[in-house]
Design a protein around this ligand. Sequence first.
Ligand SMILES: O=C(O)CCC(=O)C(=O)O
Ligand SMILES: [Fe+2]
Length: 285
Amino acid sequence: MQTRRLTPVIGVEITGIDLSAPIPDPTFAAIREAWLHHKVAVFPGQRLTEDGLMRFGQRFGELEIHVRSTYHSRHHPEVMIVSNKKENGRAIGVLGDGEAVWHIDQSYMPRPTFGTILFGEEIPPQGGDTWFADLATAYDRLPASLQTKIEGKRGVNSVDRHNKRDAAGRPDLAMTAEQLKRAPDSPHPLVRRHPLLGSRAIYYSPSHTAEIEGLSDQASQALFHELLPYMTQPELIYKHHWSVGDVVMWDNTATMHRRDPFPGHYSRLLKRVSFRYPPEHRVPV
Ligand SMILES: O=C(O)CCC(=O)C(=O)O
Ligand SMILES: [Fe+2]
Protein backbone atom coordinates (compact mmCIF):
# COMPACT_ATOMS: atom_id res chain seq x y z
CA MET A 1 0.00 0.00 0.00
CA GLN A 2 1.32 3.44 -0.97
CA THR A 3 0.03 6.83 0.09
CA ARG A 4 0.40 10.23 -1.54
CA ARG A 5 -0.88 13.54 -0.24
CA LEU A 6 -3.40 15.20 -2.54
CA THR A 7 -2.85 18.71 -1.16
CA PRO A 8 -0.60 19.97 1.67
CA VAL A 9 -3.66 20.18 3.97
CA ILE A 10 -6.35 17.65 3.05
CA GLY A 11 -6.68 14.40 1.14
CA VAL A 12 -4.62 11.28 0.56
CA GLU A 13 -4.50 8.88 -2.37
CA ILE A 14 -4.08 5.24 -1.41
CA THR A 15 -2.88 2.79 -4.05
CA GLY A 16 -1.60 -0.77 -4.16
CA ILE A 17 -4.64 -2.21 -2.43
CA ASP A 18 -7.66 -4.11 -3.77
CA LEU A 19 -10.64 -3.16 -1.63
CA SER A 20 -12.69 -6.09 -2.93
CA ALA A 21 -10.24 -8.62 -1.45
CA PRO A 22 -10.05 -9.49 2.26
CA ILE A 23 -7.95 -6.78 3.95
CA PRO A 24 -5.66 -8.00 6.75
CA ASP A 25 -6.11 -6.18 10.08
CA PRO A 26 -2.77 -4.30 10.04
CA THR A 27 -3.44 -3.05 6.48
CA PHE A 28 -6.92 -1.99 7.47
CA ALA A 29 -5.53 -0.14 10.50
CA ALA A 30 -3.11 1.73 8.21
CA ILE A 31 -5.93 2.69 5.83
CA ARG A 32 -8.07 3.94 8.70
CA GLU A 33 -5.18 5.90 10.16
CA ALA A 34 -4.39 7.56 6.81
CA TRP A 35 -8.06 8.39 6.24
CA LEU A 36 -8.55 9.90 9.71
CA HIS A 37 -5.35 11.88 9.46
CA HIS A 38 -6.00 13.27 5.96
CA LYS A 39 -9.83 13.41 6.27
CA VAL A 40 -10.45 12.38 2.65
CA ALA A 41 -9.04 9.19 1.11
CA VAL A 42 -9.12 8.31 -2.59
CA PHE A 43 -8.61 4.77 -3.85
CA PRO A 44 -8.39 4.76 -7.65
CA GLY A 45 -9.00 1.80 -9.95
CA GLN A 46 -11.27 -0.29 -7.71
CA ARG A 47 -13.91 -2.81 -8.72
CA LEU A 48 -16.54 -3.20 -6.06
CA THR A 49 -19.86 -4.96 -5.93
CA GLU A 50 -22.46 -3.62 -3.51
CA ASP A 51 -21.51 -6.46 -1.15
CA GLY A 52 -17.86 -5.49 -1.43
CA LEU A 53 -18.63 -1.84 -0.73
CA MET A 54 -20.67 -2.83 2.33
CA ARG A 55 -17.97 -5.19 3.58
CA PHE A 56 -15.37 -2.40 3.37
CA GLY A 57 -17.69 0.15 5.03
CA GLN A 58 -18.59 -2.21 7.87
CA ARG A 59 -14.95 -2.37 8.94
CA PHE A 60 -15.24 1.30 9.99
CA GLY A 61 -18.52 1.16 11.86
CA GLU A 62 -22.18 0.32 11.79
CA LEU A 63 -23.67 1.03 8.37
CA GLU A 64 -26.38 3.61 8.28
CA ILE A 65 -29.68 3.19 6.45
CA HIS A 66 -30.27 6.55 4.83
CA VAL A 67 -33.56 8.22 5.69
CA ARG A 68 -34.21 8.97 1.99
CA SER A 69 -35.33 5.39 1.39
CA THR A 70 -36.56 6.15 -2.15
CA TYR A 71 -32.94 5.98 -3.28
CA HIS A 72 -31.80 2.83 -1.55
CA SER A 73 -30.36 0.20 -3.81
CA ARG A 74 -32.91 -2.41 -4.74
CA HIS A 75 -30.56 -5.03 -3.31
CA HIS A 76 -29.42 -3.49 -0.01
CA PRO A 77 -31.00 -0.66 2.02
CA GLU A 78 -27.53 0.21 3.31
CA VAL A 79 -26.45 1.19 -0.21
CA MET A 80 -27.70 4.49 -1.55
CA ILE A 81 -27.69 5.41 -5.23
CA VAL A 82 -26.35 8.86 -6.17
CA SER A 83 -27.32 9.37 -9.79
CA ASN A 84 -29.22 11.36 -12.38
CA LYS A 85 -30.36 8.18 -14.17
CA LYS A 86 -34.00 7.31 -14.57
CA GLU A 87 -35.85 4.02 -14.92
CA ASN A 88 -39.37 4.17 -16.33
CA GLY A 89 -39.32 7.93 -15.86
CA ARG A 90 -38.40 7.70 -12.17
CA ALA A 91 -35.09 8.88 -10.71
CA ILE A 92 -33.16 5.88 -9.38
CA GLY A 93 -30.79 8.05 -7.36
CA VAL A 94 -30.53 11.19 -5.33
CA LEU A 95 -29.10 14.61 -6.27
CA GLY A 96 -29.82 14.55 -10.03
CA ASP A 97 -27.41 16.53 -12.22
CA GLY A 98 -27.49 19.83 -10.34
CA GLU A 99 -25.10 21.38 -7.90
CA ALA A 100 -25.09 19.90 -4.41
CA VAL A 101 -24.24 22.85 -2.20
CA TRP A 102 -21.80 22.67 0.74
CA HIS A 103 -22.96 20.28 3.42
CA ILE A 104 -21.97 17.80 6.10
CA ASP A 105 -23.69 14.46 5.54
CA GLN A 106 -26.84 13.93 7.61
CA SER A 107 -25.95 16.67 10.09
CA TYR A 108 -29.74 16.88 10.37
CA MET A 109 -30.03 13.50 12.05
CA PRO A 110 -30.03 13.17 15.84
CA ARG A 111 -27.07 10.84 15.25
CA PRO A 112 -25.20 12.21 12.26
CA THR A 113 -22.98 10.28 9.88
CA PHE A 114 -19.32 9.72 10.66
CA GLY A 115 -17.86 8.55 7.34
CA THR A 116 -19.25 8.36 3.83
CA ILE A 117 -17.85 6.15 1.05
CA LEU A 118 -18.67 6.65 -2.63
CA PHE A 119 -17.77 4.30 -5.47
CA GLY A 120 -17.84 5.75 -8.99
CA GLU A 121 -19.51 3.43 -11.50
CA GLU A 122 -20.52 5.82 -14.30
CA ILE A 123 -18.80 9.17 -14.59
CA PRO A 124 -19.55 11.96 -17.09
CA PRO A 125 -16.66 13.33 -19.19
CA GLN A 126 -17.13 16.77 -17.65
CA GLY A 127 -18.57 18.30 -14.49
CA GLY A 128 -19.60 16.52 -11.29
CA ASP A 129 -16.35 17.21 -9.41
CA THR A 130 -16.70 16.83 -5.63
CA TRP A 131 -15.03 19.44 -3.41
CA PHE A 132 -13.97 18.79 0.18
CA ALA A 133 -13.10 21.47 2.74
CA ASP A 134 -11.07 20.82 5.89
CA LEU A 135 -13.14 22.22 8.78
CA ALA A 136 -10.65 21.26 11.49
CA THR A 137 -7.93 23.39 9.90
CA ALA A 138 -10.57 26.05 9.25
CA TYR A 139 -11.37 26.06 12.98
CA ASP A 140 -7.68 26.30 13.94
CA ARG A 141 -7.25 29.29 11.63
CA LEU A 142 -10.30 31.23 12.79
CA PRO A 143 -9.56 34.52 14.52
CA ALA A 144 -9.74 33.94 18.29
CA SER A 145 -12.67 36.35 18.51
CA LEU A 146 -14.70 34.22 16.11
CA GLN A 147 -13.71 31.01 17.93
CA THR A 148 -15.05 32.60 21.09
CA LYS A 149 -18.25 33.67 19.37
CA ILE A 150 -19.17 30.11 18.34
CA GLU A 151 -17.86 28.38 21.46
CA GLY A 152 -20.66 26.58 23.33
CA LYS A 153 -23.29 27.45 20.71
CA ARG A 154 -25.49 24.91 19.01
CA GLY A 155 -26.68 24.99 15.42
CA VAL A 156 -30.15 23.67 14.64
CA ASN A 157 -29.91 21.30 11.70
CA SER A 158 -33.11 20.89 9.72
CA VAL A 159 -33.68 18.77 6.65
CA ASP A 160 -37.30 19.90 6.62
CA ARG A 161 -36.33 23.54 6.22
CA HIS A 162 -33.68 22.58 3.66
CA ASN A 163 -36.26 20.68 1.63
CA LYS A 164 -38.73 23.54 1.78
CA ARG A 165 -36.13 26.10 0.81
CA ASP A 166 -34.59 24.12 -2.05
CA ALA A 167 -37.44 21.87 -3.12
CA ALA A 168 -38.83 24.06 -5.89
CA GLY A 169 -38.55 21.89 -8.98
CA ARG A 170 -36.70 19.21 -6.99
CA PRO A 171 -39.18 16.35 -6.39
CA ASP A 172 -36.17 14.18 -5.43
CA LEU A 173 -35.93 16.19 -2.19
CA ALA A 174 -39.49 15.55 -1.02
CA MET A 175 -39.72 13.48 2.17
CA THR A 176 -42.66 11.67 3.71
CA ALA A 177 -44.00 12.45 7.19
CA GLU A 178 -42.55 9.11 8.30
CA GLN A 179 -39.09 10.05 7.01
CA LEU A 180 -39.29 13.47 8.66
CA LYS A 181 -40.10 11.79 11.96
CA ARG A 182 -36.73 10.05 11.77
CA ALA A 183 -35.07 13.37 10.96
CA PRO A 184 -36.44 15.96 13.39
CA ASP A 185 -34.70 19.32 13.73
CA SER A 186 -31.46 18.42 15.49
CA PRO A 187 -29.28 20.79 17.49
CA HIS A 188 -25.55 20.01 17.47
CA PRO A 189 -22.58 22.02 18.74
CA LEU A 190 -21.11 24.46 16.19
CA VAL A 191 -17.67 23.37 17.32
CA ARG A 192 -17.28 19.66 17.68
CA ARG A 193 -14.56 17.52 19.07
CA HIS A 194 -13.48 14.65 16.87
CA PRO A 195 -14.72 11.45 18.50
CA LEU A 196 -11.46 9.60 17.88
CA LEU A 197 -8.80 12.27 17.42
CA GLY A 198 -9.93 14.86 19.95
CA SER A 199 -9.26 17.70 17.50
CA ARG A 200 -11.88 20.41 17.08
CA ALA A 201 -13.71 21.39 13.92
CA ILE A 202 -16.45 23.74 12.80
CA TYR A 203 -19.72 21.85 12.58
CA TYR A 204 -21.79 24.16 10.43
CA SER A 205 -23.43 22.61 7.38
CA PRO A 206 -24.45 25.44 5.04
CA SER A 207 -27.26 23.33 3.56
CA HIS A 208 -28.79 22.19 6.81
CA THR A 209 -27.76 24.30 9.78
CA ALA A 210 -30.71 26.66 9.73
CA GLU A 211 -30.09 28.79 12.81
CA ILE A 212 -28.23 29.05 16.07
CA GLU A 213 -30.04 28.27 19.31
CA GLY A 214 -30.73 31.36 21.33
CA LEU A 215 -29.93 33.79 18.49
CA SER A 216 -32.39 35.58 16.25
CA ASP A 217 -32.58 34.48 12.64
CA GLN A 218 -30.76 37.62 11.61
CA ALA A 219 -27.95 37.15 14.14
CA SER A 220 -27.67 33.45 13.15
CA GLN A 221 -27.35 34.26 9.46
CA ALA A 222 -24.83 37.01 10.20
CA LEU A 223 -22.63 34.57 12.12
CA PHE A 224 -22.88 31.94 9.36
CA HIS A 225 -21.98 34.64 6.86
CA GLU A 226 -18.91 35.49 8.91
CA LEU A 227 -17.83 31.84 9.20
CA LEU A 228 -18.25 30.65 5.63
CA PRO A 229 -15.28 32.47 4.04
CA TYR A 230 -12.96 30.81 6.59
CA MET A 231 -14.41 27.40 5.70
CA THR A 232 -13.91 27.79 1.96
CA GLN A 233 -10.36 29.12 1.76
CA PRO A 234 -8.82 27.59 -1.40
CA GLU A 235 -5.92 26.01 0.53
CA LEU A 236 -8.38 24.03 2.69
CA ILE A 237 -9.97 22.39 -0.35
CA TYR A 238 -9.36 19.20 -2.27
CA LYS A 239 -11.38 18.98 -5.46
CA HIS A 240 -11.94 15.45 -6.72
CA HIS A 241 -12.22 14.90 -10.45
CA TRP A 242 -13.82 11.48 -10.80
CA SER A 243 -12.76 8.47 -12.87
CA VAL A 244 -14.68 5.22 -13.10
CA GLY A 245 -13.51 2.91 -10.31
CA ASP A 246 -12.64 5.65 -7.82
CA VAL A 247 -13.55 5.04 -4.21
CA VAL A 248 -13.61 8.29 -2.22
CA MET A 249 -14.30 8.41 1.49
CA TRP A 250 -14.52 11.35 3.84
CA ASP A 251 -14.87 12.14 7.52
CA ASN A 252 -17.98 14.22 8.19
CA THR A 253 -16.60 15.12 11.61
CA ALA A 254 -13.91 17.28 10.06
CA THR A 255 -14.98 18.17 6.52
CA MET A 256 -17.83 19.47 4.41
CA HIS A 257 -18.33 18.88 0.69
CA ARG A 258 -20.16 20.12 -2.37
CA ARG A 259 -20.61 18.81 -5.90
CA ASP A 260 -20.47 20.63 -9.22
CA PRO A 261 -23.40 20.23 -11.62
CA PHE A 262 -22.85 18.28 -14.84
CA PRO A 263 -24.59 18.18 -18.24
CA GLY A 264 -27.78 16.17 -17.77
CA HIS A 265 -27.44 14.24 -21.03
CA TYR A 266 -24.54 12.33 -19.46
CA SER A 267 -25.13 9.54 -16.93
CA ARG A 268 -23.46 9.63 -13.55
CA LEU A 269 -23.91 6.83 -11.04
CA LEU A 270 -22.18 6.28 -7.74
CA LYS A 271 -22.90 3.79 -4.99
CA ARG A 272 -22.72 5.09 -1.46
CA VAL A 273 -22.52 3.71 2.05
CA SER A 274 -22.12 5.65 5.26
CA PHE A 275 -21.28 4.57 8.77
CA ARG A 276 -21.87 5.88 12.25
CA TYR A 277 -19.73 7.01 15.11
CA PRO A 278 -18.92 4.47 17.79
CA PRO A 279 -21.92 4.35 20.19
CA GLU A 280 -20.22 6.42 22.89
CA HIS A 281 -19.66 9.29 20.44
CA ARG A 282 -22.88 9.37 18.53
CA VAL A 283 -24.06 12.79 19.53
CA PRO A 284 -21.45 15.39 18.59
CA VAL A 285 -19.65 16.90 21.56
O1 LIG B 1 -22.25 13.26 -6.03
C1 LIG B 1 -21.27 13.51 -5.34
O2 LIG B 1 -20.13 13.56 -5.81
C2 LIG B 1 -21.40 13.80 -3.87
C3 LIG B 1 -22.70 13.33 -3.32
C4 LIG B 1 -22.87 13.59 -1.86
O3 LIG B 1 -22.92 14.69 -1.39
C5 LIG B 1 -22.96 12.42 -0.95
O4 LIG B 1 -22.97 11.29 -1.44
O5 LIG B 1 -23.02 12.62 0.26
FE1 LIG C 1 -23.02 14.56 0.78
